[in-house]
Write a protein that binds this ligand. Structure first.
Ligand code: FE
Length: 188
């Protein structure tokens, strides 16, 4: 059980998405809903907070039946990091626990990718990604001695979306589909 907070978030977000809002509206109204969800860290069931010793974990918390959005718990063990990757749909990243370091990457004329803006996210902070402006980034646990957790919301069932990783030095692209670490989502 998630004490009704996740259910309430999903209900409000569903009402918002039903209005077919622009990305701009989602990043204002949807972001406010996510800020509210992550404002108190007392609702995420323990089985969706567990890190993996080798790599970060993605637990599906809710998938909209029409694939219009999904809610995922990302759990980072000490020092764990993503490859440089894209999303292809809008995304919001809300910090629940610990601290994450997000680095935006930009393609250069020679095909390589160079690091740009760096955002350190503390609990309560919501960052965004968007294919129309800033879709390629790398995320890392900003702590080497503790777990960090963020709640991600995407404009699709993100575990099913074919995406791309980039070697920043050569620009070499690789396709991937993330899936989820869990087979059963939490009871809302
Ligand atoms: Fe990402």
């Amino acid at each position: 059980m998630t004490d009704g907070k996740l259910l309430s978030f999903v209900q409000k977000l569903t009402h918002l998405i039903e209005q077919n809002p622009s990305e701009e509206i989602i990043f204002v109204e949807g972001k406010a809903l996510l800020e509210n969800l992550i404002s108190v860290d007392d609702w995420l069931p323990e089985e969706f907070t567990k890190p993996h010793p080798q790599h970060y974990q993605q637990y599906l918390l809710y998938a909209d039946p029409l694939d219009r959005f999904s809610v995922v718990s990302f759990v980072w063990g000490p020092g764990q990091t993503t490859p440089v990757h894209n999303h292809t749909v809008w995304g919001m990243v809300g910090q629940l626990r610990g601290e994450e370091k997000g680095t935006h990457y930009h393609q250069q004329p020679d095909g390589s990718y160079q690091a740009g803006t760096i955002v350190i996210s503390s609990p309560g902070h919501v960052d965004t990604v968007s294919p129309s402006s800033h879709d390629i980034h790398e995320v890392a646990n900003n702590h080497n001695d503790q777990t960090s957790i963020s709640i991600h919301v995407y404009g699709a069932n993100i575990g099913k979306v074919e995406r791309t990783t980039y070697d920043p030095d050569t620009g070499l692209e690789k396709k991937f589909t993330s899936g989820y670490a869990n087979t059963v989502a939490p009871k809302l």
